[in-house]
Design a protein around this ligand. Structure first.
Ligand code: FES
Length: 155
């Protein structure tokens, strides 16, 4: 579906700004919003480009740079930090994925995020729209492995 058709699924009202941005980003195989996307949204909703840009910059789930197919967002807020997000970051590094980077095969990008609202089951992370909790190094590696296997099987 082209960018215009994605946008037109939504009523042209400001309340739909976040939904439209999500839909555009999710439909991009590189998981980001381009300058052209922001211009389209600005025109469609009749709001300034800088308002759209401001919203995209405010929410950490949006990106203006190409990312991997899977965006791993590690919670860096206090509970996860205390309980062991370093274990998660180190575990990812052992599997070849570093915080702040996109893997060479463009499969994973690793980012940090604020609290995911799952503090009781820390440490937590999100991979795209799904949250994973009570993680340790072993569970994390199994999770990454299962995504990679799934990707190989769908090729
Ligand atoms: S502190 Fe990590 S989910 Fe709340």
């Amino acid at each position: 579906m082209d960018r215009q058709s994605i946008i037109k699924q939504f009523e042209p009202v400001k309340d739909n700004l976040l939904n439209i941005l999500h839909a555009l980003q999710n439909s991009n195989p590189e998981n980001y919003l381009s300058v052209d996307d922001l211009k389209l949204v600005s025109h469609y909703l009749n709001i300034t480009y800088s308002s759209v840009y401001g919203v995209v910059k405010y929410y950490s789930m949006f990106s203006l740079k190409p990312r991997g197919k899977y965006v791993i967002r590690i919670c860096k807020s206090p509970m996860c930090h205390m309980i062991g997000n370093k274990e998660i970051i180190d575990g990812l590094k052992e599997t070849g994925y570093k915080l702040g980077e996109t893997s060479g095969d463009k499969l994973f990008s690793v980012e940090e995020t604020e609290c995911l609202g799952r503090c009781a089951k820390a440490p937590a992370l999100m991979i795209n729209d799904k949250t994973y909790t009570a993680l340790d190094r072993k569970k994390l590696k199994e999770l990454i492995q299962s995504i990679k296997l799934n990707e190989q099987n769908t090729k």
